[in-house]
Write a protein that binds this ligand. Structure first.
Ligand SMILES: Nc1ncnc2c1ncn2[C@@H]1O[C@H](COP(=O)(O)OP(=O)(O)OP(=O)(O)O)[C@@H](O)[C@H]1O
Length: 305
């Protein structure tokens, strides 16, 4: 098993929003058995990036996030948030956090719960009122704001989890599987919230095992497998490299639709042939590896004997 592969061409702020150095976490499992959840993690996330932390189940994603938030202690290593030690409680003021399985005081309404969160962050009364309205509307919870949380669906609870993370207008959002439990509408909503956060210059770090979500919203991706960070790269670099060929759809002289796969060096030759046969070119699409095939290839490399 090799080390982490940092793809060339990345620079930026030395401190960054997140800087993780030599982070290790070993749990004591059943009968004192040691479980190495994270092995020597080094990772930097720049200010303003949307970073997808991708990995299969049990890869160590939640462990990393809990370490970043000082909810658990590392076996060794350090995490820095905007240059400050993540164990410093003052860093919390700049972070919004969505846990993996959010659960709230469910006898409260969303509005009451957000007031509780706002007071924990010592938000000024008028700012709190304005922010509560903004995030409730942003997450589609305005109409149900006075209902007890226990009457909410799973997706509504998840969206409230994101609303409470945004309430104090933090600079860094750390979301543990933000799209989990959401229907397609909810997923689209959360993706648009993440894009809005990027436009505001916020940094978003979120864990997921859903490759399409990384493809849809992330600037950068880190792939974690079995506690080891395997790759950190720009999402665009994965999506634009490795052209394998083209799908060409043509309408023949006789009006029939024909779809052909053409090798990446044969496009011009094949187009000339179609034209000479009197066919009309309807569609040309490049065939490239998507995030899913890239992710699978990284995981399979690790699993290969
Ligand atoms: N409190 C704990 N005690 C013992 N082992 C633990 C504990 N928490 C996590 N682990 C183990 O550490 C490893 C990493 O778990 P972690 O929850 O960080 O992974 P994950 O990538 O978030 O997984 P998932 O996508 O399933 O949530 C797993 O083998 C898990 O069983």
């Amino acid at each position: 098993m090799g080390g982490c592969f940092y793809v060339q061409g990345e620079g930026g702020d030395v401190q960054g929003a997140i800087a993780i150095q030599n982070l290790c976490k070993t749990y004591r499992g059943k009968r004192g058995k040691r479980v190495t959840a994270l092995a020597d993690l080094n990772l930097q996330v720049e200010v303003g990036q949307v970073f997808g932390f991708l990995g299969p189940n049990g890869a160590g994603k939640s462990t990393t996030i809990k370490l970043l938030l000082d909810l658990i202690r590392p076996t060794s290593g350090v995490c820095r948030l905007f240059g400050a030690d993540s164990r410093d409680p003052a860093t919390r003021q700049r972070i919004g956090y969505l846990p993996e399985n959010p659960s709230f005081y469910d006898y409260l309404s969303a509005e009451e719960y957000l007031s509780f969160v706002g007071s924990a962050f010592r938000l000024d009364r008028s700012i709190m009122a304005a922010r509560k309205g903004e995030v409730l509307k942003q997450l589609g919870l305005w109409d149900v704001r006075k209902r007890a949380i226990r009457t909410y669906s799973k997706g509504m609870v998840q969206r409230l989890g994101i609303a409470q993370a945004l309430l104090h207008d933090p600079d860094l959002l750390i979301f543990d599987e933000p799209m989990s439990g959401l229907d397609p509408l909810g997923r689209a909503l959360v993706k648009s919230v993440i894009r809005e956060l990027r436009q505001l210059g916020k940094t978003v770090f979120f864990s997921t095992h859903i490759t399409a979500d990384v493809e849809a919203v992330c600037d950068r991706v880190g792939i974690l497998v079995g506690g080891h960070l395997r790759v950190v790269t720009d999402v665009n670099k994965i999506l634009t490299r490795g052209l394998q060929g083209y799908v060409v759809e043509v309408i023949t002289d006789g009006g029939a639709v024909s779809i052909a796969e053409v090798g990446k060096d044969d496009l011009q030759k094949e187009l000339n042939r179609f034209w000479s046969e009197g066919s009309r070119i309807e569609r040309i699409e490049p065939i490239r590896p998507d995030m899913e095939s890239y992710f699978l290839s990284v995981v399979q490399q690790v699993e290969a004997p």
